[in-house]
Design a protein around this ligand. Structure first.
Ligand code: SAH
Length: 224
């Protein structure tokens, strides 16, 4: 999979890709991620990429020209499955969307900043708008990093044990069961006995029951 991320401040999004699981995915060549600084696509001498909004009002708006130029250059080089705009009024991100996107080959992700992007960009170039929650952040870079992380960890081979993403919350409309590690006993609090029984079948049953119990209690809305 290839992901192209367009931003006015690429340095805001680069670091999550330099550590842990995302870095390993890049090193293993399971994904390629490219950052594009919108300023490089400005035809303006001062590298201007934003301007005041028509009609007045505070806050700058990202201009249509550099965004169009960047996206068109990328599109002339390969076919893209989706051109995604991170936006608080987009479709709320969930595991189902991440699963679907993890099967794609080429994605463009556009990060807004300030007041957002000129509406004409959204009308003509964007195929999908995604929000990471009902709150407003200063830019689309952190939301794009969240989206990329949730997608990339689902690509086969990225996580050490391929089945481990399958046992995470939301994959089967269930929250994950509780997990424990050593020591067995801490301040009189013991790990549930079943987990050290060695009976794998019973352990799996226990985990499933706990997942069901937890989902019913904490997220009755997703319990199927
Ligand atoms: N004026 C806009 C918010 C702009 S915030 C409005 O009220 O809807 C600046 C940029 O941050 C947006 O263009 C978007 O790319 C990003 N952003 C902010 N909050 C976000 C969220 N919850 N999900 C996804 N992107 C978000």
């Amino acid at each position: 999979m290839r992901i192209d991320i367009i931003s006015v401040l690429p340095e805001l999004i680069e670091s999550p890709f330099n550590a842990s699981i995302l870095r390993r995915a890049i090193e293993k060549k399971l994904i390629e991620v490219f950052f594009h600084d919108l300023k490089d696509y400005s035809s303006n001498k001062r590298k201007q990429v934003d301007d005041y909004q028509f009609g007045g009002g505070s806050g700058m708006v990202l201009m249509i020209e550099p965004i169009t130029k960047c996206i068109n250059i990328l599109k002339s080089q390969r076919a893209y499955d989706e051109v995604i705009y991170m936006s608080p009024d987009g479709k709320m991100l969930n595991q189902k969307t991440s699963n679907k996107l993890s099967l794609k080959k080429n994605l463009i992700i556009l990060c807004g900043h300030y007041k957002g992007v000129d509406q004409r960009v959204r009308d003509s170039l964007i195929t999908m708008e995604i929000s990471i929650g009902d709150y407003v952040l200063s830019g689309g870079e952190l939301p794009a990093a969240v989206l990329c992380d949730s997608i990339i960890r689902l690509i086969p081979g990225v996580l050490g044990n391929e089945t481990s993403a399958l046992t995470d919350s939301f994959q089967d409309n269930l929250l994950a069961p509780p997990v424990y590690t050593r020591p067995y006993s801490f301040n009189d609090k013991n790990v549930p006995e079943i987990l050290i029984s060695g009976n794998q079948k019973k352990i799996e049953e226990w985990r499933e029951n706990k997942a069901i119990e937890r989902t019913k209690k904490l997220r009755p809305d997703i319990f199927d």
